[in-house]
Design a protein around this ligand. Structure first.
Ligand SMILES: [Zn+2]
Length: 344
């Protein structure tokens, strides 16, 4: 909505724009009745940066950190004994069975969504905490199920998706039980759009893929971590967060949805190796984002980024990261790449 201010002689027009995304889930708290919610997506009038507002999120259940040797809380909604009764279901038009399953992974709608199509993928039966306990099969099942969710989102008109993982509260998780989140939308997440635009510009300028050139330039550097399963893994030259690791798909795939079975397992294998490396470095809490673009041809490659988060003491996000759009780091990428390399 345009807000007109007439304090100065020239008329200013500040556009305060927003979009509403509507979603309906079948709510386990109300006998699986339909529960409609609205997510308000607001755009900064100067930069276009998006924020997503859903005030019901203030009521999310929050599990307390516990040590691995303590039993899982009996009321964890993502544990196998509770998942059927206590997680929401999709409406039949989206998923006739209410949820999407692959192996031991289950995707259900986020009860507190940040998007009209926002899925949660619980991918381990165990309420596990330690990063060295994750298996390639579990991560692969989670990726397969998340991809199926994103495919259904695309069929419903939301052709962009962004897959993320917050592991443990220092990484922003309210539920400790391991789970991916997938947001499908008619527009790309801001960071996906930024990487796509920059890579498309590089292709126009150089006539080559940025990702192929980057891998070639960095493969023999101190920042190279390892390769296998169709992905190459690096500590980026200029990390955007602590202990950042970048995985680049070596095939021309631009999206998670393009990977075949071997490709998904290869990606899962790389992620598991990075997690083991983190654990040996003393990192217990992790964020991950998988960057997909729906079409090939304009220089974008499927890529995945992980970050190790502090588990005690001060936050690693301060004024420079939150308002400055830059990152201050205590460790150089050459410092931690060798510590993960041994896992590949
Ligand atoms: Zn659990």
């Amino acid at each position: 909505m345009p807000l007109r201010l007439s304090r100065t002689r020239r008329m200013m027009t500040i556009r305060l724009e927003k979009a509403i995304e509507r979603t309906t889930v079948l709510d386990p708290r109300r006998g699986f009745e339909e529960f409609a919610q609205e997510v308000e997506v607001r755009f900064d009038p100067l930069t276009g940066a998006a924020s997503r507002i859903n005030i019901t999120r203030a009521g999310r259940p929050k599990q307390q950190m516990c040590r691995a040797e303590e039993p899982a809380p009996k009321n964890c909604p993502f544990c196998p004994s509770n998942i059927e009764a206590e997680t929401p279901k999709f409406t039949p038009a989206f998923a006739p069975d209410g949820r999407i399953r692959r192996g031991r992974a289950t995707v259900f709608p986020n009860l507190f969504p940040l998007s009209g199509i926002h899925g949660v993928c619980a991918f381990t039966p165990e309420h596990k905490l330690d990063l060295d306990l994750f298996t390639e099969a579990e991560i692969a099942d989670g990726l397969f199920a998340a991809a199926e969710f994103a495919r259904r989102g695309a069929a419903a008109g939301a052709r962009f998706h962004f897959l993320g993982w917050n592991h443990l509260p220092p990484a922003g998780a309210s539920i400790l039980h391991p789970h991916f989140q997938i947001i499908a939308s008619t527009r790309p997440a801001a960071a996906v759009a930024m990487y796509h635009s920059a890579a498309a510009g590089y292709l126009v300028r150089e006539g080559r893929s940025f990702w192929a050139d980057y891998a070639e330039a960095e493969r023999r550097s101190a920042r190279f971590i390892g390769s296998g399963g169709g992905f190459e893994w690096f500590a980026p030259w200029s990390p955007t967060c602590g202990y950042e690791v970048l995985g680049i798909c070596a095939s021309p795939a631009a999206s998670l949805l393009e990977l075949d079975d071997a490709g998904v397992r290869g990606l899962a294998g790389g992620i598991v190796r990075v997690l083991r490396g983190y654990w040996k470095m003393g990192v217990a809490s992790v964020n991950m984002g998988a960057y997909s673009w729906p079409e090939r041809g304009d220089g974008f490659a499927l890529n995945v980024r992980l970050a190790g988060r502090p588990t005690a003491g001060a936050s690693d996000k301060a004024f420079l990261e939150i308002f400055g759009g830059e990152t201050g780091l205590p460790v150089a990428p050459e410092g931690y790449a060798p510590l993960i390399r041994g896992e590949f």
